[in-house]
Design a binder for this molecule. Structure first.
Ligand code: 5RP
Length: 247
């Protein structure tokens, strides 16, 4: 028989990627189970955690014959809704959303969030703003006390392309370190679903996210920021030990 060696013990330990994926799934399933009810209009967020939320919504629609209408926050969300066989609508037909469920790059102790790691924050904010309830689903890496503690890439800011250079200069004058987000292959800037660019601006620890959000949004050429201040009523965090913590 093969005796346990340090190598086989290592192999038995959970791989960190599995832990994160399990945490995302646990958070997303818990949020859907608590918030989604028959007859609702649901705002469907964007990102990798939302994939699990849609998986659970699809399961429940089939098992419980729920009648739901889904409003996407991005092209990705639209595809998830269509591929899941869910009812796709938009804000013109369904402007009153019962609950919006979305991921976050970081959520602080007051549930203020940094969003936009996937460049979808403009539509995400519109949907969250028009939802009676906005809930966040995330893994343990996103939970913090103060914004800027966990998400080191800076605040995502959607910018009209022709204005990006003056916007970068203005953000520097605010004490930020802005960079234009480039596509992975460095073929050019990331272009959002709305045809705009994304600037990521590092401000270090953000003590007053409401003031910073207003200041950035006041720059001509800025369309929206990834600071979601005072919008979420609850956050579900999947933890490393498999449990779900809520705030
Ligand atoms: C996209 C977002 C996402 O919700 C955020 O980046 C979290 O994504 P993930 O669930 O993949 O960690 O704001 O713009």
């Amino acid at each position: 028989s093969i005796r346990s060696s340090p190598l086989s013990t290592l192999a038995q330990m959970s791989n960190p990627t599995d832990l994160v994926e399990k945490a995302k799934k646990a958070a997303a399933f818990a949020a859907v189970d608590e918030y989604v009810k028959d007859g609702m209009t649901i705002g469907v967020g964007s990102g990798s955690t939302i994939v699990y939320a849609v998986e659970r919504i699809v399961e429940r629609v089939k098992a419980e014959n729920l009648k739901l209408v889904c409003i996407p926050t991005s092209f990705q969300a639209r595809q998830l809704i269509v591929e899941g066989g869910l009812v796709l609508s938009d804000l013109s037909r369904h402007s009153a959303i019962d609950v919006a469920i979305d991921g976050a790059d970081e959520a602080d102790a007051q549930l203020n969030c940094i969003k936009g790691g996937g460049a979808c924050m403009l539509q995400e904010k519109i949907v969250a703003y028009n939802a009676k309830r906005f809930v966040v689903v995330a893994d343990f890496r996103k939970k913090s006390e103060t914004l800027g503690q966990q998400w080191k890439a800076g605040v995502p800011i959607e910018v009209i392309p022709l204005a990006y250079v003056p916007v970068l200069r203005k953000l520097e004058s605010f004490g930020g370190k802005p960079v234009l987000r480039m596509a992975k292959a460095k073929a050019g800037p990331v272009v959002t679903d709305n045809g705009n660019f994304v600037v990521d601006c590092d401000f270090g620890l953000i003590q007053d996210p409401a003031a910073l959000d207003k200041r950035i949004a006041s720059i001509p050429g800025v369309v929206e920021t990834g600071l979601f201040v005072n919008m979420a009523e609850k956050a579900f965090f999947g933890m490393q030990d498999g449990t779900v913590e809520t705030r």
